[in-house]
Ligand binder design. Structure first.
Ligand SMILES: C[S@@+](CC[C@H](N)C(=O)[O-])C[C@H]1O[C@@H](n2cnc3c(N)ncnc32)[C@H](O)[C@@H]1O
Length: 462
């Protein structure tokens, strides 16, 4: 069983929820930013141990919510008899009271630090005060009992005077357990076991803490929510567009370097640029969009995030980017699809020309990161690759055909519809897309639909 025992080493075992497909991004992020160890993941959840400051943990960009892990146990095997099954669920989820009591202490301490970290950030923003000094002050004065967190009471109390900890249970289940018990039944069962064993009091509206339970045929995960404010909700974004976690994931695979020029040729309200600008303070950003309304919101977002001067916005078409060839280090783009930005069949038709234009403005060694619908992803992978031919590259070894974006309209020795192809002295034509080498492909969830992040590197010039 996986428990919070690592706390004795000044480390704590946490887990974060994240969107489906973003688990590898979060695994990488907690290792890199928090130096986390024992990092493991299951669908939608990443487990890790770290002694990092709460200030760093709450700044994770690919996480949705943060929890203290109580335990992660083998899946529940409920007996056929319903009453016995209920008892097994209660035992499996609640288990050892001592683990819960220890966890409550850890939770209170972490909550105090969290409040300190938030107060520090708020003050720092408002007054520009010294961060370290302020954090120490607030951490020291935080209450140690969960009740105190709400009431502000910090006087010592005897055991008999201690107010009872209040809680609510939030339960998600699937598989056999879900067929046997509704989420409400499970919450009630688990709630009554917690009350009985720990003397905590159920309080649905404003509990001290929220116990989070996830039961499936493969997993039994129990944790306590650390912050009711989702990590994925960005304080620097006024108008929301693409999910911020997905926008951040796109920037994380873009290989952005100091001083880089980064463009989003279909920037919408600018979510991707804002995420990239937070990560890379010394880069220069351009956002293009054909829609004035979107650009207006993007401008408000840029101002709200205090990025005026670092992000330039421009009304233009992605089919004719007003920048010189080879002048951009990173092109990153959430290509319109779905109901909100539906282009009917035209986006499928326009995509080759749009990608060709992106390839043109990219410098050699630059990155192209695209978020595509499953349909557009398949189009690029299958239809466009279908007629792949060895590319008459002047530098770098040709990529394997399946790894290279080639125009479906291209045939050996035949000049095709892309009129701007360079004519070489030996009569060969440099085809669009042939300099784009596939770096990675990740399927991610956007909630109501799935999408795919394609990453390419431009290997040579035209
Ligand atoms: C999926 S949205 C981008 C959303 C953006 N990532 C955000 O977070 O707000 C696609 C955007 O492409 C823009 N667009 C559609 N066709 C375009 C074109 N030909 N050139 C430039 N922008 C275009 C739309 O106006 C829309 O804002």
């Amino acid at each position: 069983m996986d428990t919070v025992s690592a706390e004795s080493y000044q480390c704590v075992r946490y887990f974060c929820t994240t969107g489906s497909g973003l688990e590898p991004f979060l695994v990488d992020e907690v290792k890199r930013k928090l130096l986390a160890v024992d990092v493991e993941f299951i669908s939608g959840r990443v487990f890790f141990t770290t002694g990092a400051a709460m200030e760093s943990i709450i700044h994770l960009k690919s996480a949705e919510r943060l929890f203290l892990l109580l335990h992660r146990s083998p899946p529940i095997r409920a007996p056929v008899n319903q009453a016995k099954a209920a008892s097994v669920v209660q035992q499996s989820v609640v288990g050892d009271s001592e683990v819960w009591k220890g966890a409550l202490g850890t939770w209170s301490r972490l909550r105090a630090r969290l409040t300190g970290a938030k107060t520090t950030r708020k003050r720092k923003r408002e007054e520009g005060q010294d961060e370290e000094e302020e954090e120490d002050k607030h951490t020291e004065t935080q209450p140690s009992h969960p009740r105190d967190t709400q009431s502000g009471v910090s006087e010592p109390q005897t055991d008999s005077e201690q107010p009872r900890t209040t809680f609510r249970v939030s339960c998600r289940s699937s598989g056999v357990v879900a067929k046997r018990f509704s989420p409400q039944d499970l919450s009630r069962l688990i709630g009554s076991a917690i009350t009985k064993q720990l003397n905590w009091r159920a309080h649905l509206k404003e509990p001290d803490l929220e116990v989070n339970v996830y039961l499936s045929d493969d997993h039994c995960v129990v944790g306590i929510l650390l912050s009711s404010h989702p990590l994925a909700k960005r304080s620097y974004i006024k108008h929301t567009g693409l999910r911020s976690t997905v926008a951040w994931a796109m920037t994380s695979v873009s290989n952005t370097k100091e001083g880089a020029v980064i463009i989003d040729p279909m920037c919408g309200v600018g979510t991707i640029l804002l995420e990239a600008a937070q990560e890379c303070p010394n880069a220069c950003f351009f956002g293009l969009d054909s829609d004035v309304g979107q650009l207006q919101k993007a401008a408000e977002n840029v101002e709200y995030a205090q990025l005026t001067g670092r992000v330039q916005l421009l009304q233009a078409s992605a089919m004719g980017i007003p920048l010189p060839s080879g002048s951009v280090d990173v092109v990153i783009c959430d290509v319109p699809f779905g109901r909100k930005f539906s282009c009917g069949s035209s986006m499928a038709t326009a995509l080759p020309d749009i990608v060709k234009e992106m390839e043109r403005v990219l410098c050699v060694g630059g990155s192209l990161v695209l978020l595509l619908s499953l349909q557009l992803s398949t189009l690029l992978k299958k239809k466009i690759v279908k007629d792949a031919l060895p590319c008459p590259a002047t530098t770098a070894a040709p990529s394997p055909a399946s790894d290279t974006l080639l125009s479906s309209e291209t045939n050996a020795g035949v000049t095709h519809t892309h009129g701007e192809n360079a004519q070489l002295s030996d009569g060969l034509t440099l085809r669009p897309f042939c300099s784009l080498h596939t770096h990675s492909i990740h399927k991610v969830s956007l909630g109501n639909t799935d999408a795919v992040i394609h990453t390419y590197t431009k290997t040579h010039g035209h």
